[in-house]
Design a protein around this ligand. Structure first.
Ligand code: CO
Length: 145
């Protein structure tokens, strides 16, 4: 299984303050935001060469991001690993006794499939797996031979 770091999610409590740091002080470009309705979050991707940063803003008080910020304050929220075959990855992890939040992948941003691994099985880190929509299927990569 080929695994690459895709992005790092950062839970943000005050978007204007986060933009003042990442955009204005660091001079990074922020991509157009994308709403993930199912998670009640707005994701602002920040290209930084290679893996990106993802600034996560809650869009409702019951959003998982709102709860996270309320409990622990803003900060590192998850890291996302890209795999070529998310179903095979989940089966492999399950066979090893890894605690999965999602046993079945669900739709993510830009036609991707995503699934979360529970932090208790990942040494305190919330890990998201993603399989990109285009050109990353097991047949397309030839990595699994
Ligand atoms: Co993410």
């Amino acid at each position: 299984m080929k695994v690459t770091l895709d992005h790092i999610g950062i839970a943000v409590g005050d978007l204007a303050a986060a933009l003042a740091f990442y955009r204005d002080a660091l001079g990074l470009e922020i991509e157009a935001p994308e709403d993930v309705a199912s998670q009640r979050v707005r994701a602002h991707f920040v290209p930084v060469g290679g893996p990106s940063l993802e600034l996560l803003e809650a869009t409702a008080p019951d959003s998982p991001i709102a709860k996270f910020v309320e409990k622990r304050g803003p900060g590192l929220h998850h890291l996302t690993l890209a795999v070529d075959d998310i179903r095979a990855a989940l089966a492999q992890l399950d066979a090893r006794g890894v605690r999965l939040i999602d046993r079945e992948p669900r739709p993510g941003a830009e036609g991707s499939l995503v699934a979360f691994i529970h932090p208790s099985s990942a040494h305190g880190v919330l890990v998201e797996l993603t399989q990109k929509a285009t050109g990353h299927g097991p047949q397309a990569t030839g990595q699994r031979a």
